[in-house]
Design a protein around this ligand. Sequence first.
Ligand SMILES: [Zn+2]
Length: 160
Amino acid sequence: MPLLINLRHLEKHDLTLEGELPVGDLDIDTRDEMVQLVKPLRHCLEVQQLGDALLARGKLVLPLACECVRCLKPFEFRLELADWACHIPLEGEEKAPIVGDCVDLTPFLREDILLELPQHPLCKPGCGGLKKPNVGKKKKVGPGATKNSPAWSALDKLKF
Ligand SMILES: [Zn+2]
């Protein structure tokens, strides 16, 4: 379902749009293999008419499948526009196309989401990246430390 605003309905009362927009309808090419759109956009929007324009505002949430640019770990990045607002002119040069009394909000969402996409996704703030020496160290330390730990010595004494 595209995000269509029926202007006839809007003449009577403000509209509330709540639901999910399939990622295919959003039609966003991130041009970044570290950032992929795989889940629908959740939205909760209020739309009202203000003279020759529409005002849409509300909340957008789009989970992104990302890969950390430092450690390459896949993680989900929650892109959230909690206070999204958009002024959509219905008159003048910049006016939104109206098809069968309806205005499609999708292009306006798309534009703002593109601006908010993470440029260098990180699995956590200050991710240290791939620390190969540390990973090796951990593996070595693991069993060795256990054998020599006081707990093991106590166990050994109990057994023998
Ligand atoms: Zn990372």
